[in-house]
Design a protein around this ligand. Structure first.
Ligand code: FAD
Ligand code: NAP
Length: 343
């Protein structure tokens, strides 16, 4: 059956900020065939294509005179490679968090720190999602994608995805070129359990619950879900896209200079000698926490999260973001880079 083309569609239900812009066309892809149909449709009408999963990492600032392709392919499976490793395969339209929980229910370990990140599995490699010391590239083996420039399906190795901190080939060098359709993870089986509890809050939360070692991957997922629910606004209640800026990475000299100048600066040395600064701390220090700007604002519990209080627009949000960026540059001499994709 041919996919349906919807016309003049509001994207409000399709982005977690809840910004009300309109797309000229929207097509839901349940298969690779639907993706190719959308590609042909866009080419025939000389319109751009915009890939969309759960809309939890996009900022819509204007109407889109093109074809939004909503990725909805479903399915997942598991096979044992040997007694220590299992290969888990996931279609792009699966809900990421549901897939993480399912992976844990199958008795595998690896994805637990990435629990409760909103959105689809297919979008997860785009910014190499990460939380609590784990990035998706730590466990991804390879992925399948359709190259929209040729219509061919390819398998991309991890190296070909060019993963970096909240970045990849899909975000940086070739945005909107590849439709990611399937992910393959190589995960530990429980027997070789190797939990990453490097972020202090996770270990403390496990201990506070009376779960001393050995905690299970499911225990870690549970406490991370609790930590995140306490701190982060639920997009259903308050529109947001998670962290709005990447944590800036500076030279050790710059970090030392800031440390002498600003009491309590939150900074983490990196393996390459550079230092990662907590952008949320910089924004809070600059006095923006809880700041309201028209219909948008800065979250009152986590200054790194910008929110839509209702009725706000993407343009307003970008104005606020630029105001924050200028202040942080002026105060600390540090540039903040916006994390979500702006359209
Ligand atoms: P979308 O917003 O729909 O799309 C994001 C980008 O990917 C767009 O450029 C889109 O064109 C592209 N894209 C979507 N699907 C595909 C596909 N199949 N193939 C190719 N390109 C595609 N992120 C983190 O890294 N760590 C976190 O801890 C985290 N926490 C969050 C908490 C909250 C409350 C929220 C709202 C967001 C958070 N995020 C976090 C950001 C976001 O959830 C992730 O980036 C997520 O992977 C986006 O998935 P999505 O399906 O919503 O992508
Ligand atoms: P947090 O624990 O208050 O820490 C603040 C920042 O310091 C984090 O962004 C984190 O950087 C860094 N950090 C903390 N402990 C660290 C350690 N032991 N080693 C290195 N860096 C450390 O952060 P939070 O807001 O509650 O978020 C918890 C985790 O979820 C973080 O990893 C965060 O990235 C992730 N998260 C991401 C988004 C998003 O949209 N991207 C949204 C919500 C939460 P990193 O960000 O580099 O990890």
């Amino acid at each position: 059956m041919t996919a349906t083309v919807l016309n003049a569609v509001s994207l409000k239900p399709y982005n977690t900020f809840g910004f009300d812009v309109q797309a000229a066309h929207l097509i839901k892809a349940h298969s690779e065939r639907d993706v190719l149909f959308a590609r042909d449709f866009a080419q025939k009408h000389s319109k751009p294509l915009l890939l969309l999963g759960g809309g939890s990492n996009v900022v819509f600032t204007q109407d889109f005179d093109g074809v939004v392709l909503l990725i909805e392919m479903r399915g997942k499976s598991m096979r044992l490679l040997d007694e220590k490793t299992a290969a888990l395969t996931c279609q792009a339209g699966e809900n990421w968090h549901d897939f993480v929980r399912w992976s844990l229910e199958q008795g595998t370990q690896g994805l637990e720190n990435l629990s409760l990140i909103p959105g689809t599995a297919g979008a997860a490699p785009v910014q190499n999602i990460g939380a609590y010391g784990t990035d998706i590239h730590d466990w991804l083996h390879e992925l399948k994608a359709i190259d929209l420039s040729t219509g061919q399906t390819l398998t991309l190795t991890k190296a070909e995805c060019e993963f970096a901190y909240r970045d990849s080939v899909f975000k940086r060098t070739a945005p909107q070129r590849y439709v990611i359709t399937e992910l393959v993870f190589y995960l530990n089986t429980q027997a070789s359990c190797d939990l990453n509890l490097s972020y202090g809050g996770v270990l403390n939360a496990l201990q506070a619950k009376g779960i001393d070692k050995p905690a299970t991957p499911m225990d870690v997922s549970d406490v991370i879900c609790e930590l995140r629910s306490e701190k982060l606004p639920d997009p259903i209640v308050l529109g947001n896209a998670g962290s709005f800026f990447k944590n800036p990475v500076v030279t050790s000299e710059k970090a030392q200079q800031l440390n002498e100048q600003f009491d309590g600066l939150v900074a983490y040395p990196q393996l390459d000698g550079c230092v990662k600064l907590a952008a949320g701390w910089l924004i809070e220090y600059a006095g923006f926490k809880g700041h309201v700007f028209g219909g948008v604002g800065v979250h009152d519990k986590q200054a790194l999260v910008l929110v839509n209080h209702g009725g706000g627009t993407g343009k307003e949000l970008l104005e606020l973001a630029q105001c924050i960026q200028s202040k942080i540059l002026e105060l600390f001499g540090v540039e903040l880079e916006i994390e979500p994709r702006v359209y």
